[in-house]
Design a protein around this ligand. Sequence first.
Ligand code: NDP
Length: 272
Amino acid sequence: MGVPTKRLNNGVQMPVVGLGVWKIKPSFVAKRVVKDALRVGYRHIDTARIYLNEKGVGKAIRESGVPREEIFLTTKLWNADQGYDNALKAFDKSLVRLGLDYVDLYLMHWPVTGKRLDSWRAIEEIYKSGKAKAIGVSNFTIRHLKELLANCKIVPAVNQVEFHPFLFQRDLMDYCNKRGIALEAYSPLAHGKFMNHPTISELARKYKKSNAQVMLRWNVQHGNIVIPKSTSVERLKENLDLFDFEINNDDMQSINDLNQNLRTCWDPSEMK
Ligand code: NDP
């Protein structure tokens, strides 16, 4: 059975587990890892222009033998490329590096001050061209989303933000859910830190799964999409194997209670 999908606000189906490829470089390493991931069943890859591996990711997809339409590929507009004209050009350059004629999701990587609304207009144009099947944002707080929703023509389909048991952003998740914006959890393993927390270890023993699987399953049960990164075939398989157990309500609450507002990446609330 394939990985379950989530229906985005425009009807596109997005697999709820994907492979994140930040820090997997150079490009030929990314190519190897994406090929491994596709071979073990991944159908969703998350890259970005700033990860400097779009070439390898695209090559892996083209050489994998998996039909393009079965793969959900995300790339992102980097901050230095924001603004209306620059964003249009940056998107075309990403497609060239990928060697593909469309992406499934194009995200604004960060809500860059003074530029984000112009960039979003460009992203809306890209969507209308059909070269991005869905569009969205990343690192948007509620404040940034409110501003965008008051000014956009197309509501973003996705908001990709840091989200794991130690950063349980319930208000942001509820806000996104109410507006039909899917929450995509980046660094769902908290970047590999704190995976051995005693509560997570205890639940892993209870459910006979690994600590990583408990953290990822918690996120998926909240209705979120997860994109764990791994370069090891064994861990790639492990991170996809989340659909033969269910965390009960009390245990979900115990994991919710681990929240410490801990950010392993940067804090987007600092973006004015
Ligand atoms: P993750 O939370 O996915 O953690 C990755 C770390 O956990 C790596 O050190 C990995 O090591 C380790 N790991 C993975 N699986 C397991 C496992 N089963 N057991 C034990 N250790 C494991 O961190 P990332 O920060 O990479 O986030 C994932 C993705 O999210 C990124 O690759 C990127 O695509 C996206 N992202 C987006 C951002 C944005 O601004 N939009 C910012 C940050 C991330 P190993 O490789 O050796 O398995």
